[in-house]
Design a protein around this ligand. Structure first.
Ligand SMILES: [Zn+2]
Length: 622
C-alpha cells in the first residue's frame, strides 16, 4: 500500500511543478507545504502552501479552530499574519477573512499559491486568558527548537481535506526531527527534509519536534518507541529517562495483551523553562503513533519520571480509545465546526482509569497506593458538578457550563469506569471487565471504522448484562451521582475516616498554606481543604491571610524560615498569630500541639467473604 501510494504521489508532484498548462486539478494532486525554519524573523516562520489548480472561483483556506483531543476552541488562525494569495505571475489576489481561521479568495482559477507568517503560541501563553494548551501549541526558537504541532502552521482548502500533503522543511543542519510522519528520500539533505501525509488529518496527527539530537529508542515487543527530549539547559537526556519509560511501557503492553496497536511510537518531550515566553501548560496530547509531552525542566528527576509515567501511560492508552474505538464525530473530525461525541466517559475516562489500573495489575504500585489514587479522584470530583449527565456534558463540552466541568473527565470519568469494571466483574464471576469490553469493541471497530455515537451504549448493553443498561441510564446518561461505596463493597472495600499526624504547615508535600502572588506574596490558609488540629484548635479558618507570626510580619520570604523552624516545635511550644479574616484582624495564641488530620481512605473490610476477596483479586490482578 505504501509503495503504491508513494509512486502515485511522486507522479503528482512532477505534474504540479512547471508551467500552468500542465496543471492537474487541485483535488488530484498533493498540496505542497514549505516551511522555512532557517529564516526566522521576529520569532515567525514563513509558510508557503501550493495546491493544484482550482476550477472554481470561490476558494476558502482554513486553519483549525480546534483539533481532536483538546476539547477546546483555540483559533489557531489568530497566529497567522501577512496572508497573501498569489497568482501564477506572483501578483497578489484579493483576500477577505470570514473569521480568525478562514480566508476567502475570489479568483480561485488564478490562484497559484498562498504564503503567510506564523507566530508561535508559547510566546504569548502567559498573556492570554485562554491560552492554547502547550502540548497542542507551537514553539519557534531560531536555531534551537521548533515544536511543530502542524495544525498551527499548515491549513487546508475547502473540500480538499482528503488530498495528500507533501511537507518540506528548510532547517538548520544541526537540528534533527522526531516524528511519526513518513520521510521522503527525495531531495533530502542536511538542510532539507520532506515528509508525506496521506490526508490533512495525518498532517495534524503527526507533530514534529526539531531539536539538537537527544533521543533514545527501545523495543516493547514489536513496537519501536523513540523518546526525544528537548532540555534547554541540558538537565535531562533521553538516555537518563529511558529506563523508567521502558519499564512502564513494557507493563502497559503486558496489561493490554494482544490489542493491536502501532509498530512505532514517538514521545516528544519538551521541557519548559517556564519563563513568560515559554510553555506553561503541562501535560500531553495524544496522537495515533506519538505524543507531545510538556513538563517543567526544573522538576526533580523522581517527580519528572513519575509525571512521565502518569502522563505518557495515559497518552499511550489512547491507542485503545479514541484512536481505535471512536465515533463518526471523531473519524470525520470537522476542524472548524466540530460536533462533539457523547462518549468522553470512555475516550478520557477509560483511558485515565487504565493508566491507574495497569500500575496495580502489573505491580508498579501496591494496593494502598491504588486506593489512595481512587480516593483522590473521589475527592477531586467533589469540586465539579456531580449532577450533570456525562453524555450531555460531552456533546456540549465546548460551551459553558459543561466546559468548566471538563477536567472531571479525568476524575469522575475514571470513577465511572471503576464502577462499571466492578459491575462487569461481579456479573461475570470475575472474568470480564472494562479491558475485555474495550478489546471486544476494538475488534469490532478499529482505526478506520467508527461507531454511531447514539448506538454505542445499546451495543455495550447487548454485549453484557441488563444491569449495565441501568448503570448507564442512571449514572452516565442520567444525572444521579454514583455512590462509590456500593461498588467498593462488592470487592470487600469500604471508605472510612482515619486520623494521622502531619506537619504544622505541610501534610507530606501538600501545604496547608498558599501564596497570593497578586497581593505582594501574602500567605493565606487554604480554603476548601480539611485543616489539621493545629489550625482548628487555634481558631484559624481557611481563607485567613496571615499578617504576623510571633510579631514577625509574614509574606512568602518571611514564612520560609518559620516553616523550617516548625519541624523542631514541641507540642507545648507557644505561638501568637494575627490574621486578616474578611478585612478584620483576628489575633490568636496558644500551644501548637500535635497536629492531627482527618482523612478519608479506602480499606479492605475485615473478615471479608471469599467471594468478595476473589472478585477483588480478579479486579486488581486481571
Ligand atoms: Zn487524554
Amino acid at each position: 500500500m505504501k509503495k503504491i501510494f508513494l509512486a502515485a504521489l511522486l507522479t503528482g508532484i512532477l505534474y504540479s511543478c512547471g508551467s500552468t498548462k500542465a496543471l492537474m486539478t487541485a483535488d488530484k494532486i498533493p498540496i505542497i507545504a514549505t516551511l522555512d525554519l532557517n529564516n526566522v524573523t521576529d520569532d515567525k516562520v514563513k509558510v508557503e502552501i501550493d495546491p493544484g489548480a482550482f476550477s472554481q472561483e470561490a476558494v476558502s483556506f482554513y486553519i483549525p479552530k480546534t483539533v481532536p483531543g483538546t476539547y477546546s476552541t483555540d483559533n489557531y488562525g489568530k497566529y497567522i499574519e501577512d496572508f497573501k494569495a498569489l497568482d501564477y505571475d506572483g501578483a497578489e489576489l484579493p483576500v477577505s477573512k470570514s473569521d480568525d481561521n478562514i480566508w476567502n479568495i475570489s479568483n480561485g482559477t488564478k490562484l497559484d499559491k498562498i504564503t503567510y507568517w506564523v507566530n508561535d503560541t508559547y510566546d504569548s501563553e502567559s498573556e492570554q486568558e485562554e491560552a492554547v494548551f502547550s502540548p497542542s501549541g507551537t514553539n519557534i526558537l531560531a536555531g534551537e527548537n521548533f515544536m511543530l504541532n502542524l495544525h498551527g502552521f499548515v491549513g487546508y482548502f475547502d473540500g480538499l481535506k482528503e488530498v495528500p500533503y507533501e511537507l518540506t522543511f528548510k532547517k538548520p543542519a544541526d537540528l534533527e526531527s522526531t516524528t511519526s510522519l513518513t520521510k521522503s528520500i527525495e531531495g533530502a539533505d542536511a538542510n532539507t527534509e520532506t515528509f508525506l501525509a496521506s490526508r490533512y488529518f495525518d498532517v495534524i496527527d503527526n507533530p514534529i519536534l526539531y531539536a539538537k539530537p537527544n533521543t533514545e529508542s527501545f523495543k516493547i515487543n514489536d513496537i519501536t518507541v523513540t523518546l526525544s527530549v528537548y532540555s534547554p539547559n541540558g538537565t535531562y537526556t533521553a538516555a537518563s529517562l529511558k529506563d523508567r519509560m521502558e519499564k512502564m511501557m513494557g507493563a502497559q503492553k503486558g496489561f493490554l495483551g494482544d490489542i493491536d496497536g502501532t509498530k512505532e511510537y514517538n514521545i516528544l518531550l519538551y521541557l519548559s523553562q517556564m519563563g513568560e515566553t515559554d510553555a506553561n501548560g503541562f501535560g500531553a496530547l495524544e496522537h495515533h503513533t506519538s505524543t507531545v509531552v510538556v513538563l517543567p525542566e526544573v522538576m526533580e528527576k523522581e517527580a519528572l519520571e513519575q509525571a512521565m509515567v502518569d502522563v505518557v501511560s495515559h497518552e499511550f492508552f489512547h491507542i485503545v480509545t479514541p484512536l481505535n474505538v471512536h465515533s463518526e464525530e471523531v473519524q470525520y473530525f470537522d476542524f472548524n465546526n466540530p460536533k462533539m461525541s457523547q462518549h468522553l466517559w470512555m475516550y478520557e475516562g477509560t483511558t485515565e482509569y487504565f493508566a491507574n489500573l495497569f500500575q496495580i495489575q502489573q505491580g508498579l504500585i501496591d494496593e494502598t497506593e491504588f486506593y489512595e489514587r481512587i480516593m483522590e479522584k473521589i475527592n477531586n470530583a467533589k469540586s465539579f458538578d456531580d449532577t450533570i449527565s456525562f453524555t450531555n456534558m460531552s456533546s456540549n463540552i465546548l460551551v459553558e457550563p459543561y466546559k468548566e466541568n471538563y477536567a472531571n473527565v479525568y476524575e469522575k470519568g475514571a470513577l465511572i469506569n471503576m464502577a462499571l469494571d466492578i459491575l462487569l466483574r461481579e456479573k461475570s464471576n470475575g472474568e470480564k471487565g472494562v479491558l475485555w469490553l474495550m478489546k471486544e469493541l476494538s475488534k469490532k471497530y478499529g482505526n478506520n471504522t467508527p461507531f454511531q455515537d447514539e448506538k454505542l451504549i445499546d451495543e455495550i448493553v447487548a454485549m453484557t448484562y441488563p444491569e449495565v443498561r441501568t448503570f448507564f441510564d442512571t449514572h452516565v446518561i442520567g444525572d444521579t451521582p454514583i455512590d462509590y461505596s456500593n461498588y467498593l463493597a462488592k470487592v470487600g472495600l469500604t471508605m472510612t475516616t482515619g486520623e494521622k499526624q502531619t506537619g504544622y504547615f505541610l501534610d507530606g508535600e501538600v501545604p496547608f498554606i498558599d501564596v497570593d502572588q497578586s497581593n505582594d506574596n501574602a500567605v493565606f490558609i487554604r480554603k476548601g481543604i480539611e485543616l489539621s488540629t493545629f489550625y482548628k484548635d487555634l481558631g484559624l479558618q481557611g481563607g485567613d491571610t496571615i499578617i504576623s507570626i510571633n510579631d514577625i510580619a509574614i509574606n512568602l520570604e518571611a514564612i520560609r524560615p518559620i516553616i523550617g523552624q516548625s519541624f523542631g516545635w514541641m507540642p507545648e511550644t507557644e505561638i501568637k498569630m494575627v490574621v486578616d479574616r474578611d478585612g478584620e484582624e483576628v489575633a490568636v495564641e496558644g500551644k501548637v500541639g500535635t497536629p492531627m488530620l482527618k482523612y478519608e481512605t479506602i480499606v479492605p473490610v475485615e473478615g471479608v467473604t471469599d467471594a468478595h476477596a476473589k472478585l477483588r483479586q480478579a479486579w486488581l490482578k486481571g
